[in-house]
Design a protein around this ligand. Sequence first.
Ligand code: MG
Ligand code: FE
Length: 169
Amino acid sequence: MATPQEHLLDWLKDAHAMEQQAEKMLSAQAERLEHYPQLRGRIEQHIEETRGQRELLESCLQRLGSSASTFKDLSAKVMAFGQAMAGMTVSDEVVKGAMSGYVFENMEIASYTVLIAAAKEAQDVQTQQACEQILEQEVAMAQWLREHLPQITAAFLQRSLSPDTEAKR
Ligand code: MG
Ligand code: FE
């Protein structure tokens, strides 16, 4: 048996680990992108947002009496994403990276949707508002990626045609 407050705390720790992983993956992705400045710029913007999200979660955790040292390490669970995005050496890296990014943002959307419902049940208005604020940024990032996937794909395909241009990143 566990209370909504206990589950909420648990899920907040998961989200914190997810944002730590997100920051690593996005940074690795942005650093490697050379020929896709618009995508790189949007990712850099989301790195800043992601840092803010992590800090918001930390303030929620602290308010609920949890310290940074007890944060769960979820990195194994999201390792697949990390590898997919950070260590990209595939020939279509920019396209696969944008796809993985879209999938990851949707995982975040699911997480914050659950957290908002849990915060409501736990009557924790501050956590609810923090998660609503974060959710908006995840939705915007997911939407941006979805809207730009066609043009990223087209740009990649055009660059791939020429022997003199690098296409993959
Ligand atoms: Mg996030
Ligand atoms: Fe995100």
